[in-house]
Design a protein around this ligand. Structure first.
Ligand SMILES: NC(=O)c1ccc[n+]([C@@H]2O[C@H](COP(=O)([O-])OP(=O)(O)OC[C@H]3O[C@@H](n4cnc5c(N)ncnc54)[C@H](OP(=O)(O)O)[C@@H]3O)[C@@H](O)[C@H]2O)c1
Length: 164
């Protein structure tokens, strides 16, 4: 889907989180998240929604996959099935950005054309992981190489190769 992208930060073993928290604090990466999602629609799972501060959803419209109606302090659009949400995105011209967590990445990765992955060059203790994907199916562009508090990380843009 042309209007659907994904953003995540992962460790060397594709680690995403532990006990419903992120594994590192990299301020520059939070700025990148803000730049990439500002004014857009974000697709998020129930666990991640509750793990993030409400300011992470400021000036974004949240589309949450959850079987329940959610009681949160800002407006969210709840969808109780993947099919309904995909159908909504497919009939909409606006941009949507998948922001996690693990179960949401797993379900949406087949449908995204672009992934922005911040890849931290370290192993972490984690209980949630980004899905395995075949790198040969993607063109990779290095957007930058960075370091913060002895953590080295690379930001890559993956664009799905088109079948010729
Ligand atoms: N490093 C990163 O970039 C990054 C980004 C985002 C999140 N994270 C981390 O990822 C972890 C959370 O991931 P997670 O997999 O536990 O949770 P999640 O994907 O955020 O949310 C999972 C929940 O969403 C609901 N859900 C998912 N698919 C659904 C569907 N098809 N229909 C209806 N409801 C659906 C279910 O809610 P119910 O349980 O109510 O059924 C499910 O338990 C946290 O540690 C977080 O910090 C990391």
């Amino acid at each position: 889907m042309k209007n659907l992208s994904l953003i995540a930060a992962i460790g060397k073993n594709r680690e995403l989180g532990l006990d419903n928290h992120l594994l590192w604090h990299i301020p520059e990466d939070l700025v990148f998240y803000k730049e990439m999602t500002w004014g857009k629609n974000v697709v998020v799972g129930r666990n991640t929604l509750f793990s993030m501060p409400s300011k992470a959803f400021e000036n974004r419209t949240a589309f949450v996959l959850s079987p329940d109606n959610l009681d949160v302090s800002f407006d969210v659009n709840s969808f109780d099935s993947m099919d309904k949400l995909l159908n909504y995105i497919g009939t909409n011209k606006d941009e949507f950005m998948v922001i996690g967590g693990a179960s949401i990445y797993q379900q949406f990765i087949p449908y995204v054309d672009t992934m922005y992955l911040t890849e931290v060059d370290e192993y972490f203790n984690a209980d949630t992981f980004f899905p395995e994907f075949d790198v040969n199916e993607w063109d990779v562009e290095v957007l930058g190489e960075y370091s913060y508090n002895e953590l080295n990380y690379t930001r890559n843009k993956y664009t799905r190769k088109r079948v010729k």
